[in-house]
Design a protein around this ligand. Structure first.
Ligand code: SAH
Length: 452
C-alpha cells in the first residue's frame, strides 16, 4: 500500500475518534466519515508501519446501519462521532469494544457480561455543556463547539445532546455581550474576556446553573446578564469562573458569585446532591441511575459491610450505597468535591458516611498501614487512566470479598482486572452502560470476587 492508491475496503470497526477502520494487506486503514458496514472507496493519504490513513472518496455500498445524522453539524463538530450509525449498532460497537479489550489486554477467555444497557431516547441526555465563545472573521460573537481536534468554533447553540435551556442561555449571553460591548476571549492573543459558558441543568429539580469562564475577575454590568437569565425558568445560579491562564484547560480554580446560589441541586434515585460549578457530576442522569443501581446490585450489601468508595467525587456512589451498608468511606482528590460530599451526606440525613481528601493511591495505603482499616466491599471509579498499581496492591492486601470496578475506559479496566486476577480476584459479572450515546465512549461496571 502506498500514498495516493485508490483502495476498496469494508469498514469493520471504528477508532477512538470515530473514524471507520477497514483491514487491507495487513494494514488497518482509518477512514473518516465511514461507518461500520460500509463498503467504500478511499484514497490513501499516509502509510505507517501497521496502519494507514485514507480519505473517503465514495461509499460504494452503504452500511445497513447508516442513518441520516440528526444534527446538521454532526460531521464538522467534534462532540459526536457516531451520529451516522443507527443506535443499536452503536451499542453493539461499544459492547464489542469492551469485550475485545478484556480479551486482548485483560487476557480473559470468558466474558461474563450482561447485555449492554442502552438508552430508550439517546438524545437530549446531557445535564452539562461547556460552550466556547469566540469571534468570527466579521467580528461577530459566536458560540458552539470545537471542530474535531481543532479550536475553531462550529457555531451551534442547539446541541442535540443537551437540554433546550442551553440555547436560551447562550442567546442571552451573546445578546448581553453585544449590548455591553464585552469581547470574547481570543486564544491567539490571550486578550478579551469571555472564554466559555458552562451550563448545568438538574433533570429532576429543573434548576439551571450558568457559569461564565472569564479572563479576568470582573464582569461589567453582570447584573444585566443576571436580569436576562432570570427570565429563563429554573434559573438558580449565576457565577463567574476566573481563568486568566493561557491554557486549554477550561476552568480556573476560583468561583465568584453574581446572582442566586453558588450551586444547584439534583437527584439520582432518592438521594439529593449539591453540585458546584467545579465538582464532577455524571453528565447523563438517566443512565447514571441505572449504573449506580448496578453498582448496588454487584456490591450485594446486607447492612453489615464496610465499604470504601475510591474516586468518590461528590459522594454520589457512596451515598447511594450508604443506606444498605454499615459504613461507607469515600476518597477523592478534589477538596471542593469532598466538601460537597459531606454536605450531601448531611442533607440526606446519612450519618454512616465519612470522606477523605487525597489521592486514592496515597490515602488508602496510608490508612491501611497506620490504622489497619478494613473493607468488605471496595468500589473504584477512576478517571480514564485507571488505578495505580500501588492502590491495587493495597486493595489486594485489604482482602475484601468483592471489588466493584466502574470504568470509563475499557482498556485500562482490562489492564487493572488482569492485575487483580493474578492476585486472587475473578471477574464474575459485568455490564456496559451507555452513558454517552452518539460518542465512542462507554462506561462499564464489573464485579470481582475473591477466589477462596
Ligand atoms: N464516583 C464519582 C466520580 C467519578 S469520576 C461519580 O460517579 O460521580 C472520577 C473522580 O476521581 C473525579 O471526581 C476525580 O476528581 C477523581 N480523581 C482523579 N484522580 C484521583 C486520585 N488519584 N485519587 C482520588 N480521586 C481522584
Amino acid at each position: 500500500m502506498k500514498k495516493d492508491d485508490l483502495i476498496q475496503v469494508k469498514i469493520e470497526d471504528m477508532g477512538a475518534d470515530g473514524a471507520g477502520i477497514g483491514k487491507m494487506d495487513g494494514f488497518a486503514v482509518f477512514i473518516k466519515d465511514a461507518v461500520i458496514g460500509d463498503e467504500v472507496e478511499a484514497k490513501v493519504m499516509k502509510v505507517k508501519k501497521t496502519y494507514a490513513y485514507a480519505r473517503l472518496t465514495q461509499v460504494l455500498t452503504p452500511s445497513p446501519w447508516r442513518v441520516e445524522a440528526p444534527c446538521p453539524v454532526a460531521r464538522r463538530c467534534g462532540g459526536c462521532q457516531l451520529q451516522a450509525m443507527a443506535y443499536e449498532e452503536q451499542l453493539r460497537f461499544k459492547e464489542n469494544k469492551i469485550e475485545n479489550n478484556l480479551r486482548r489486554i485483560g487476557g480473559m477467555e470468558e466474558i461474563p457480561f450482561e447485555p449492554i444497557c442502552g438508552m430508550e431516547h439517546p438524545l437530549g441526555y446531557r445535564n452539562k455543556a461547556q460552550f466556547p465563545v469566540g469571534t468570527d472573521k466579521n467580528g461577530r460573537i459566536i458560540t458552539g463547539f470545537y471542530a474535531g481536534r481543532t479550536h475553531s468554533i462550529i457555531e451551534n447553540r442547539k446541541c442535540l445532546l443537551g437540554v433546550p435551556e442551553n440555547e436560551k442561555v447562550l442567546d442571552a449571553v451573546v445578546e448581553f455581550m453585544e449590548e455591553e460591548h464585552i469581547p470574547a476571549y481570543d486564544e491567539t492573543t490571550g486578550r478579551g474576556l469571555v472564554r466559555h459558558v458552562l451550563i448545568r441543568y438538574g433533570f429532576t429539580t429543573g434548576e439551571l446553573m450558568v457559569c461564565l469562564v472569564i479572563n479576568g475577575r470582573k464582569l461589567r454590568h453582570g447584573e444585566r446578564l443576571a436580569e436576562k437569565l432570570a427570565a429563563i425558568p429554573g434559573m438558580t445560579s449565576l457565577t463567574l469562573n476566573v481563568n486568566t491562564q493561557r491554557t486549554n484547560v477550561i476552568l480556573g480554580r476560583e468561583i465568584l458569585p453574581v446572582w442566586g446560589r453558588e450551586y444547584i441541586e439534583d437527584y439520582i434515585g432518592d438521594i439529593r446532591y449539591r453540585i458546584s460549578p467545579l465538582s464532577f457530576f455524571q453528565v447523563n442522569p438517566v443512565q447514571t441511575r441505572k449504573l449506580y443501581e448496578k453498582v448496588l446490585e454487584y456490591a450485594a450489601l446486607t447492612g453489615e459491610e464496610t465499604v470504601w468508595d475510591l474516586y468518590c467525587g461528590i459522594g454520589t456512589i457512596s451515598l447511594f450505597l450508604a443506606r444498605q451498608a454499615k459504613r461507607v468511606c469515600g476518597v477523592e482528590i478534589v477538596p471542593a468535591a469532598i466538601e460537597d460530599a459531606r454536605e450531601n451526606a448531611r442533607m440526606n440525613g446519612i450519618t454512616n458516611a465519612e470522606f477523605f481528601v487525597g489521592k486514592a493511591e496515597e490515602v488508602l495505603p496510608a490508612k491501611y498501614a497506620q490504622e489497619g482499616v478494613t473493607a468488605d466491599v471496595i468500589v473504584v471509579d477512576p478517571p480514564r487512566k485507571g488505578c495505580e498499581s500501588s492502590l491495587l496492591d493495597t486493595i489486594v492486601q485489604m482482602n475484601p470479598q468483592r471489588v466493584v470496578y466502574v470504568s470509563c475506559d475499557s482498556a485500562t479496566l482490562a489492564r487493572d482486572l488482569k492485575y487483580l486476577k493474578e492476585r486472587g480476584y475473578e471477574l464474575v459479572r459485568g455490564q456496559g452502560v451507555d452513558q454517552f450515546p452518539m460518542s465512542v465512549h462507554v462506561e462499564a461496571v464489573t464485579c470481582l470476587q475473591r477466589v477462596e
